[in-house]
Design a protein around this ligand. Structure first.
Ligand code: SF4
Ligand code: SF4
Length: 322
């Protein structure tokens, strides 16, 4: 069966969705170094990751933020904390964004000389978005590795002691363990709250449900299991026009470890760089001078993961009322 391109599907809902001139969030990927090597990772991050942002690109990002102000800085990876210059980057962007978010796998804050991280994040006022793909130990450990659930719970306890989840945002991320879409975000949030509070006394701000992108290690696993085509078909058939109006690329730009720009982290994985008017790939150092230009969004089949069911983004579901 011939597939309708994502761009054509989106055009059918509203042609204005194909381009944008809005920027609210600068998402910065500090590299693919990670202490874990999860089965669902679209980045294929691992302890062997060798794409690591250095201080010169970090300096360009700080200069851009300093000239813009009012943006949200969203720090991701790999495990961003594993970048040897993570502390430098956070300190050099202090006061330059209206909000700064750290995407953490939690376990990177546990042991190996990284125990200072929770206190540092609190001092710096970083909101934390922490991945915890399930509240059940066996499901987390199957997806992320043995012992990950227990270590994550210990770090969540420490973050709670510091006021995370009560005085400052601590959001959790759920993603499915296999080739299916997330359940309703509100219902899952209630289940997470009941289980984490009841079993471990842990509190958090919100739960974000995120659909697995058919990329990287997750795509490889789907192919191995012969499920890639059926998963793609599920994403396409679950297209939700309400989610389409809220896709994150309409207000976000993603920066890679070398400073190249993308419409999102998924496009970064597939190498779909944003290009300037002369056709060459744009970098963070050129972004300030082109802020008024309309940027076309580069769409690909993986985009259907953003609009399936309730929709999906780095802030969770996009059409929660549906
Ligand atoms: S999913 Fe996150 S924690 Fe897991 S390997 Fe990838 S970057 Fe690391
Ligand atoms: S994958 Fe990226 S470019 Fe595609 S719809 Fe989602 S956010 Fe936009």
């Amino acid at each position: 069966m011939a597939q309708t391109s994502f761009a054509d599907t989106l055009r059918g809902v509203d042609p204005d969705y194909l381009a944008t001139s809005t920027l609210q969030t600068l998402q910065v990927n500090l590299g693919n170094l990670c202490n874990l090597a999860c089965r669902h990772c679209h980045q294929e991050a691992s302890p062997q990751g060798d794409k690591i942002m250095g201080r010169s690109v970090m300096g360009e990002i700080a200069a851009f933020l300093g000239g813009m102000r009012g943006l949200t800085l969203d720090i991701t990876g790999g495990a961003p904390e594993a970048n040897p210059d993570f502390r430098y980057f956070v300190e050099s962007t202090e006061g330059l964004a209206q909000k700064r978010i750290l995407r953490s796998n939690l376990t990177v804050m546990d042991g190996n000389g990284m125990e200072w991280l929770p206190g540092f994040c609190r001092e710096q006022g970083l909101a934390i978005v922490a991945s915890l793909p399930c509240y059940l130990e066996e499901n987390v450990d199957r997806q992320r590795g043995g012992g990950v659930h227990g270590r994550s719970i210990e770090v969540l306890r420490r973050l709670n002691e510091l006021g995370y989840g009560s005085e400052i945002e601590l959001n959790l991320v759920y993603n499915p363990g296999a080739a299916y879409l997330p359940a309703n975000q509100g219902e899952l949030e209630r289940a997470y709250r009941d289980e984490l509070q009841g079993r471990y006394g842990i509190v958090f701000t919100k739960l974000f449900t995120i659909t697995n992108a058919p990329l990287g290690r997750f795509a490889a696993r789907l192919r191995e299991e012969g499920k890639y085509d059926s998963y793609m078909m599920r994403l396409i058939e679950s297209f939700n026009p309400e989610a389409a109006g809220n896709i994150m690329c309409r207000s976000l730009i993603s920066v890679d470890w070398q400073g190249y720009l993308y419409n999102c982290d998924f496009n970064q994985v597939t190498g779909l760089k944003i290009r300037g008017s002369d056709g060459s790939p744009m970098t963070i150092s050129a972004l300030a001078s082109s802020m008024d230009e309309i940027r076309g969004i580069l769409f690909a089949p993986h985009c259907y993961c953003c609009t399936a069911g309730e929709g999906s983004s780095c802030s969770g579901a996009l059409a929660v009322g549906s």
